[in-house]
Design a protein around this ligand. Structure first.
Ligand SMILES: [Zn+2]
Length: 558
């Protein structure tokens, strides 16, 4: 008897634990699962094939391919029955772009202790103008090593220690401190660890320029990506009075080693010094001058906006945003095969196709959701999230009435997975929504597989987060159905090393759409649940973005 009681009690505890662990089921309207089924291979493969075609010429902003992509997306939205949602009643939220094509000298000379070192462009250094003017010059400026170049009061960390850095060239490490989970979230890269933060913070200190020391581990990508991403025409929103450095540059690790040796320093010893809160800027005794000439162009691109108005008399004034960027790198340096078209098939014809397929599913619902659904196919992600930043600064719904965004960038082309990697897991109550949607597919939500890559700060949901809107950015994890353990990590890393931001990012017969379909269906169900819920999702207490929404009355949980 007692043994049976023991077994029953254990069973009860287990059952309760499982029940407690399982996410609360999604509150979905009738017909939701059937509508999700319209997200099928044809609905995704067609748009991918078109957008990734050579005819689109890599969809560089304000170029022919950009206009073709925008027209295509608008026509599909119209075909699906969406309503135009851009200011003025059209499909396009247009914005001005400034193109800057910087020409840097073949060599960049540095002098110290009567000696000189010339770094070679492309092989050893890359430099781009920080200003939107025909020429920028830095004359006889001193190099100062500033460690990570971070000022983070919440971590009691200040690499500048009040030193006057005005007019200097800062020599700075990439990433953020990663050796202690309690400090800068350990291995997870925070915004402090992003290249953009390094230049922004150098500008706030009044520096003339900054040189980031490239190492593959601290960048989470190879020098090739720096070469391709930082040369050729760069796009920016028109300057709006923000502080900027004149010169934004990178050097290879080998060049950095030679450079500090010119001043009598050892790179490893300098970097070791930076691994401490006590670090103070180190003048390297090295001086340099540099002039960059720029071709400046003015162009225009657009976010394509379509919507399905909500049915609830109150909540229809609030929106759930599905987002993906339509741009890529355009035509650039030839690869080994002489291919110059950066097709951007995976990055990001896939995401655009997934969002259009999700729109098709929403149109298949028997009833319109309570909140309005906005589909935002944004431009200029590759140039620094410009289209989503422009939208967040010029929202077509009051930003506090945007409940959440679901962002699709770089879909899974390798097949079905048992897990879903949620980038930025642990930031908002959307985690539960994602877990419940994944559970409907028999999948589990995991943390992002490469937290050191700073994925949360590298795509368009980040522009919305900076405006206080929580978002979901996820894709299939590394546990592929029918594959050996480790296969997923291997194929995704191989793909990244061979094709990320290369002309070879092309659509091909080896693509398996099953994973992308399942991810789009999950996004549809999660976004639909947010559109139906009485209350909006919220940031978790203490999150870096939580404070941005507490001040906004509409956000307080009802
Ligand atoms: Zn992308």
């Amino acid at each position: 008897m007692s043994r049976n009681l023991g077994v029953a009690a254990t069973f009860l505890v287990l059952a309760t634990a499982v029940a407690l662990a399982a996410p609360a089921p999604l509150d979905l309207p009738p017909g939701a699962q059937a509508a999700a089924k319209v997200i099928a291979k044809g609905a995704i493969e067609g748009p991918v094939r078109f957008l990734a075609d050579d005819q689109l010429e890599g969809r560089a902003p304000s170029h022919r391919g950009d206009v073709l992509a925008r027209n295509y997306v608008a026509s599909v939205m119209e075909l699906l029955g969406l309503q135009p949602a851009a200011p003025g009643g059209g499909w396009e939220q247009r914005f001005e772009l400034v193109g800057i094509n910087t020409h840097a000298p073949e060599t960049w000379a540095f002098r110290a202790r009567g000696d000189e070192l010339a770094l070679r462009f492309w092989e050893e250094y890359i430099a781009a103008s920080g200003l939107q003017v025909p020429e920028v010059s830095v004359g006889d400026a001193e190099l100062v090593f500033v460690g990570y170049g971070i000022q983070a009061p919440e971590y009691g960390w200040d690499d500048f220690k009040g030193v006057d850095l005005r007019g200097k060239i800062l020599f700075v490490m990439n990433n953020d401190p990663d050796w202690d989970p309690a400090l800068f979230a350990g291995k997870r890269r925070l915004y402090y660890g992003r290249w953009s933060y390094k230049y922004e913070n150098a500008a706030r200190a009044g520096a003339a320029g900054a040189i980031i020391i490239h190492t593959t581990p601290s960048a989470a990508y190879g020098w090739k990506v720096v070469q391709n991403s930082w040369t050729g025409e760069q796009f920016e929103l028109p300057e709006a009075g923000e502080v900027r450095v004149k010169v934004r540059a990178w050097t290879t690790e080998a060049a950095a080693r030679k450079l500090v040796a010119l001043g009598g320093f050892d790179l490893d010893a300098l970097m070791a010094k930076a691994h401490s809160r006590e670090f103070k800027p180190i003048p390297l005794g090295i001086r340099t001058s540099l002039t960059l000439t720029n071709e400046i162009s003015h162009g225009e691109t657009a976010n394509v906006l379509g919507m399905l108005p909500g049915s609830d008399p109150v909540l229809k004034d609030q929106a759930v945003v599905f987002m993906a960027h339509h741009d890529h790198l355009g035509i650039g340096k030839p690869d080994a095969k002489g291919d110059v078209i950066y097709n951007g098939a995976l990055d990001n014809a896939t995401g655009v196709a997934q969002v259009l397929a999700i729109a098709k599913a929403f149109m298949a619902l028997p009833e319109r959701p309570r909140r309005t659904i906005l589909f935002a196919i944004v431009s200029c992600e590759e140039s620094g999230l410009l289209g989503s930043a422009y939208y967040a600064a010029h929202p077509t719904f009051p930003i506090e009435k945007i409940a959440a965004d679901v962002n699709f960038d770089a879909g899974n082309i390798f097949g079905k997975t048992r897990d879903v990697a949620l980038v930025g897991k642990g930031k908002s109550t959307l985690d539960q929504v994602a877990e419940a949607a994944a559970a409907l597919q028999g999948r589990v939500v995991t943390d992002e597989p490469f937290p050191d890559r700073g994925g949360y700060y590298r795509s368009d949901h980040f522009s919305f987060a900076r405006a206080g809107v929580p978002g979901l950015y996820f894709k299939g994890g590394l546990d592929f159905v029918g594959r050996e353990p480790g296969w997923g990590k291997q194929v995704t890393e191989e793909w990244g090393n061979a094709h990320y931001h290369q002309p070879s990012d092309e659509y091909g017969p080896s693509w398996n759409f099953d994973g992308m379909i399942e991810d789009a269906q999950m996004g549809f169900l999660a976004g639909l649940a947010v559109a139906q819920a009485d209350a909006m999702p919220t940031w978790l207490p203490g999150d870096e973005f939580a404070k941005l929404r507490q001040t906004t009355p509409a956000r307080k949980p009802e």
